[in-house]
Design a binder for this molecule. Structure first.
Ligand SMILES: Cc1ncc(COP(=O)(O)O)c(C=O)c1O
Length: 390
């Protein structure tokens, strides 16, 4: 009855855990949520008020399929300021309803059945689903905690074949919280030039960094030689606390943006107009976003200290995003089983590492955009639970 294509999309495990946790809450059980990858902050008032005025002024119509030119101009200026590269707002930027649907445009335009796309393992689980939906083949590049979950250029080189169409990067990473350093980007840029594959750089967490102003990116001017094969994906969900507004954008060479327009026009028409105006206000919210970032930074320090004090588990200090990939190997319990027990017995919802790839086994992802009191209670429960395992 349903299409064969549907078989290539696996359920999103995070949502399944969330649904189980919500069912427990309905029965009156108090669950600490460390599974959801979403800011606990509401969207800054300045964005809401600005958008409200725009709605009243009637900015509720379809826009150009590439998005409001005012927003594309603002995005171009923002990238010029932060990356030193001038992307043409008229031809090189497409505004979308979040970064997730942007994959529909990009992969639908570029991928043919049998094309190989390299992704890291562990990595963001939707990538493999997106690729398989279009008949592509995900090729997994294992990354390891010993290397701070950085990808190894030699290992990447060995995975490249004649069928390699694309590489997908995500820095800071969901689930590891680690950042791809400049030196690795240098190696990737060289491989892109030699082998002529596309790279999608998913930069949804690029400003959510704790020790550097932002994560290094192939969109910087020094990598301009490979910009004819670079696709930057970015959006307002995380750093601006705007998950529900569904607003993101693609920066890509003009010929690709033009080729993606039919999919955009047919499937979306345009991104939601009211979210586009909200995004224009968001780009003027440096003070508000820095306040949220300072709070995430305090939470990161607190949770890393608490994890370090629990025997048999450990973690690297995350450099960005709001995830901590916690090593549970010494417990000798699979990550799915541990997550199940943590939810049922300790009432803490986490995501099993294996949900992010085979190589994520032996880890759980703890998402910490929640207030310090909750983190503290969750860590108390985690400690008691782990001490109770013999
Ligand atoms: C790495 C990564 N990319 C993309 C997304 C989706 O973002 P959006 O809300 O823009 O669709 C997420 C959400 O968790 C993510 O972690």
């Amino acid at each position: 009855m349903f299409s064969n294509r549907l078989g290539s999309i696996k359920p999103f495990i995070v949502m399944e855990i969330l649904e189980q946790a919500l069912a427990m809450e309905e029965k009156g059980i108090d669950v600490i949520h460390f599974e959801i990858g979403e800011p606990d902050f509401d969207t800054p008032e300045k964005i809401i008020n600005g958008c409200y005025e725009d709605i009243i002024a009637g900015k509720t119509h379809y826009t150009h399929s590439l998005g409001l030119l005012e927003l594309r101009n603002a995005l171009s200026k923002y990238k010029e300021r932060t990356r030193g590269t001038l992307f043409n707002p008229k031809t090189e930027i497409m505004v979308t309803g979040g970064t997730s649907p942007a994959f529909l445009n990009i992969l639908g335009t570029l991928i043919d059945p049998g094309d190989e796309i390299i992704i890291t393992d562990p990595g963001y689980p939707c990538y493999a689903n997106f690729i398989q939906f279009f008949g592509g083949k995900p090729v997994y590049l294992p990354i390891y905690e010993e290397d701070e979950f950085n990808l190894d250029i030699n290992a990447l080189k060995h995975l490249i074949t004649k069928k390699t169409k694309m590489l997908i990067l995500n820095s800071p990473s969901n689930p590891t919280g680690q950042i791809i350093p400049d030196k690795t980007l240098d190696g990737i840029a060289k491989l892109m030039l030699e082998n002529k594959f596309w790279t999608i750089s998913d930069e949804i967490y690029s400003e959510l960094t704790y020790d550097k102003e932002r994560a290094p990116s192939l969109s910087e001017k020094k990598y301009s030689e490979c910009h004819d094969r670079l696709i930057v994906l970015d959006g307002f969900s995380k750093f601006w606390a705007m998950t529900g507004w569904r607003i993101g954008y693609i920066i890509a060479p003009a010929n690709l943006i033009k080729a993606m327009m039919p999919i955009q026009q047919n499937f979306s028409i345009c991104a939601p107009s009211i979210s586009q105006t909200a995004a224009i206000h968001a780009l003027e919210c440096d003070v508000e976003t820095q306040k949220m970032l300072d709070i995430y930074r305090k939470r990161r320090k607190f949770i890393v200290n608490r994890i370090s004090a629990i025997p048999k588990i450990s973690c690297l200090v995350p450099k960005g995003a709001f995830y901590l990939f916690c090593n549970i190997k010494k417990l000798e319990i699979g990550s799915i089983e541990l997550s199940k027990r943590l939810l049922e017995k300790a009432h803490i919802a986490v995501t099993p590492g294996v949900a992010f790839g085979k190589n994520g086994e032996g880890f759980i992802r703890i998402s910490y955009p929640t207030d310090i009191d909750n983190i503290s209670e969750g860590m108390d429960r985690l400690k008691i639970f782990i001490n109770s395992i013999d």
